[in-house]
Design a protein around this ligand. Structure first.
Ligand SMILES: [Zn+2]
Length: 462
C-alpha cells in the first residue's frame, strides 16, 4: 500500500465509517465473543491464551486485550487480524457497512469500474462458498472419504478446522448444488469445465477427490485443491487461475494458521496442503504451503505481514532441494536485518508428516530449531557442485554466489555475507567487490527477477 493512502481518504469519511460499523460485529466474525457486563469478551486472536482477556467495548468502539495490550478500532482490528493494509481494511469495512470509499485521485469512471469488479468478485466468492458447503456435506456421507482421512491420521476436528470436503465421482454433481449449471461464472471460478463450448460435455472439474478449500486471509474460499483417494491421476489438482485465485500469491493454510503463527512466533512453509493439514494434526498449526508452484517473493511478502521469522521445511529429495533453492531466491529480497529466514531439508526419505510419525513431534521441533539460517544456506547453495579445493571450483562458487548476494537488500547482513563469500572464494573482500562491480551485469537477471516491486503492479494486495 502506498504511504499516501491514509491522506487520500478524507478523515470525515473515516469517522463516518467507524461510527457506522459495529465493532462487536466486525470482531465477532473472527472471534467468538460473549457478553460480559457492558462489554464483550473472547479469546485474544493476537496471543495464545486459554482464558479470555480480550474485550470489546460497544460503547467506545474499541477492543483491548489485558493479556498482550493489543487495542484499537475496527480498522486496526482488520489490519492486525487479516494482515490487510490500511486502504484495504478501509475498503473492506466500507463494503461491510455498505459505504463507498471516496478517493480523490480516482475518476468517477475508475471508481465505477472498481465497484463493478468488486461486485463480480463477490458473486464468484459466494459461488465458491456454496460449493465448499456442498463438498463438506458430501464428506459426511462418504464412508470411503472419511476412511481415507482417518487413514491419514486426521480427526474430524482438523477436517472441520480446514473445511475439508469431498467431491463425489459424478460428472455433474454441482448441477445438484447450483440452480443454473450453465452459468458462465461456474466456469469463470474454475468449478466447471466447459467441454469445448458443447453444453452436453460440460462437467465438474473436481470429481472423486478430497477437497481442500483455499481461503484468503479474510477467510473467503477462493479456490480448491483436490487430492485423489487412490491411485488416480493427477494426484493433486488445483483450481486454475481465476479472478479470485492467483496461485503465485496465495498460501494454503495461511488463514487457518494465523493464530498459531503468532503463538509460535514464526511461520513454517512446507510443500503441499496435505503436509499443512497433517502438521496441524500433529500440533504444528503454523504451517502453510504454496499451491503447485515454487515459492515467490510475493508469497514471502504475504507471510511477512504476520511474522518476521519464516522457516522453510522441504523434503530431502532432489525436488525438495530445488524447492528450497527457489524459496531462498524468493526470500533474499526481503532478508533485511530484522528478519529471519531458515531452511530445513529433511532426510531424503521423509516429508514432514512421515518424519514426525517416525521420530516424534519433539524431534521435529528440535530439527526446526536447528534449521539452517539464510546466510549459511546462501554459502551452501553457492558452493553447490563446486570443488572448493581447486581455484576453478572456488571461482565458480563466487560466480554462483553473485546473484544471490546481489538480491539481498543493503544492510549489515549483506555486508557480513560479503566477507564470508570472500572467504569461500579465497579472495580478499576488496577483490571480490571489485570483481563483481567490474564485470558486466549479466547476473542482474536473477536479482531483478527475484526483486519484487514495492507494491505489486496491477492488482491491489489481498
Ligand atoms: Zn492478547
Amino acid at each position: 500500500m502506498p504511504d499516501n493512502a491514509r491522506v487520500s481518504i478524507p478523515s470525515a469519511f473515516l469517522q463516518d465509517l467507524l461510527a457506522r460499523a459495529d465493532l462487536v460485529e466486525v470482531v465477532g466474525r473472527h472471534v467468538a465473543l460473549r457478553k460480559s457486563g457492558a462489554n464483550y469478551l473472547g479469546l485474544c486472536p493476537f496471543h495464545g491464551e486459554k482464558s479470555p482477556s480480550f474485550t470489546v467495548s460497544p460503547a467506545k468502539q474499541f477492543y483491548h486485550c489485558f493479556g498482550c495490550g493489543a487495542h484499537g478500532n475496527a480498522i486496526d482490528f482488520l489490519m492486525a487480524h487479516t494482515g490487510a493494509g490500511f486502504r484495504e481494511a478501509v475498503h473492506d469495512l466500507a463494503a461491510q457497512v455498505g459505504l463507498t470509499v471516496p478517493e480523490e485521485e480516482r475518476s468517477p469512471e475508475q471508481r465505477a469500474r472498481e465497484a463493478a469488479q468488486r461486485r463480480a468478485q463477490q458473486t464468484l466468492t459466494e459461488l465458491m462458498a456454496q460449493a465448499a458447503r456442498a463438498y463438506r456435506a458430501q464428506l459426511k456421507t462418504s464412508p470411503r472419504a472419511i476412511e481415507y482421512l482417518k487413514g491419514r491420521g486426521l480427526t474430524g476436528a482438523i477436517a472441520k478446522a480446514y473445511g475439508l470436503g469431498y467431491a463425489p465421482a459424478q460428472r455433474r454433481f454441482l448441477s445438484t448444488v447450483f440452480a443454473d449449471y450453465q452459468d458462465a461464472r461456474l466456469v469463470e471460478c474454475g468449478l466447471v469445465i466447459e467441454g469445448d463450448g458443447d453444453e452436453a460435455r460440460r462437467h465438474d472439474r473436481f470429481r472423486d477427490r478430497i477437497m481442500f478449500p483455499i481461503r484468503n486471509v479474510k477467510g473467503e474460499v477462493i479456490g480448491f485443491g483436490g487430492r485423489v483417494l487412490d491411485g488416480g491421476e493427477p494426484k493433486y489438482l488445483n483450481s486454475p487461475e481465476t479472478p479470485l485465485f492467483h496461485k503465485g500469491e496465495e498460501l494454503y493454510g495461511l488463514y487457518e494458521a494465523r493464530s498459531a503463527i503468532r503463538q509460535a512466533g514464526c511461520a513454517l512453509v512446507v510443500e503441499g496442503y496435505m503436509d499443512v493439514v497433517a502438521l496441524a494434526q500433529l500440533g504444528f498449526g503454523h504451517g502453510v504451503a504454496t499451491l503447485g508452484t515454487a515459492c515467490t517473493p510475493e508469497h514471502v511478502r504475504k507471510l511477512l505481514r504476520f511474522t518476521d521469522d519464516v522457516v522453510f521445511a522441504f523434503d530431502g529429495d532432489t525436488a525438495g532441494r530445488r524447492a528450497a533453492q527457489r524459496a531462498l531466491t524468493a526470500a533474499l529480497p526481503w532478508a533485511g536485518d530484522t528478519r529471519r529466514f531458515r531452511f530445513l531439508l529433511l532426510p531424503p526419505e521423509h516429508d514432514p508428516d512421515s518424519y514426525i510419525r517416525t521420530h516424534g513431534a519433539e524431534a521435529f521441533a528440535a530439527a526446526l530449531a536447528q534449521a539452517t539460517p539464510l546466510s549459511r544456506f546462501v554459502l551452501e547453495v553457492a558452493a553447490d557442485g563446486c570443488d572448493l579445493a581447486t581455484a576453478e571450483g572456488r571461482a565458480r562458487a563466487a560466480a554462483q554466489a553473485r546473484p544471490l548476494w546481489q538480491a539481498l537488500p543493503d544492510g549489515a547482513l549483506k555486508r557480513q555475507l560479503l566477507h564470508e563469500l570472500a572467504d569461500l572464494a579465497a579472495l580478499e573482500v576488496r577483490d571480490l567487490e571489485q570483481l563483481w562491480q567490474k564485470a558486466a551485469p549479466p547476473a542482474r537477471g536473477l536479482a531483478r527477477a527475484s526483486r519484487p516491486a514495492a507494491a505489486p503492479p496491477g492488482r491491489p494486495a489481498r
